[in-house]
Design a protein around this ligand. Sequence first.
Ligand SMILES: Nc1ncnc2c1ncn2[C@@H]1O[C@H](COP(=O)(O)OP(=O)(O)OP(=O)(O)O)[C@@H](O)[C@H]1O
Ligand SMILES: [Mg+2]
Length: 167
Amino acid sequence: MPPSEPDRTDLEPAFDLFLPDPDATARLGAALGLALTAGDVVALTGDLGAGKSALSRAAIRARLGDPEAEVPSPTFTLVQTYETDDLEIWHVDLYRLDGRADAVELGLDEAFAEAASLIEWPDRLGPDLPRRALRIDIVHDGDGRRARIAAPAEWRNRIEEVLRDAA
Ligand SMILES: Nc1ncnc2c1ncn2[C@@H]1O[C@H](COP(=O)(O)OP(=O)(O)OP(=O)(O)O)[C@@H](O)[C@H]1O
Ligand SMILES: [Mg+2]
């Protein structure tokens, strides 16, 4: 019997960050937003109300350099796009996605190639989620949240910097 493929998460450093309040979530989001480059995919998991949109909003506002920028949740539109000086950002919420064919229709392949993508409910994509995605899972922890971050090779150096900046 061939040895089973090790779970990919075993191969990646996982970071664990307590976020005591919404400001802490926003700091992590802002640091992440400033670190994004074209082709990045960030997979944001966590229950309804965990803070996936809050983190994305902070990332987009930081990258736009506008702390007041309107960043609506893409719950109903599925996709909101933003043009920053040097990067297009796609903020995507796949909760209402019906099937994987819809993901193609949304133009996600192009976004994965050319933009930076922040994806809520990325499990809807199944194997179509790029393997290089940075994964951030947000869980409730008392009155706050905890972010569990799994970073593939592309992110290993950057994520430590992001966490330093968010502290
Ligand atoms: N670290 C934190 N501690 C406590 N509350 C927080 C923290 N971070 C964010 N919140 C709050 O949690 C809520 C998160 O809502 P948000 O819409 O971002 O959730 P979501 O994960 O995107 O949910 P959905 O799956 O419905 O899209 C907001 O009310 C926000 O103020
Ligand atoms: Mg959301």
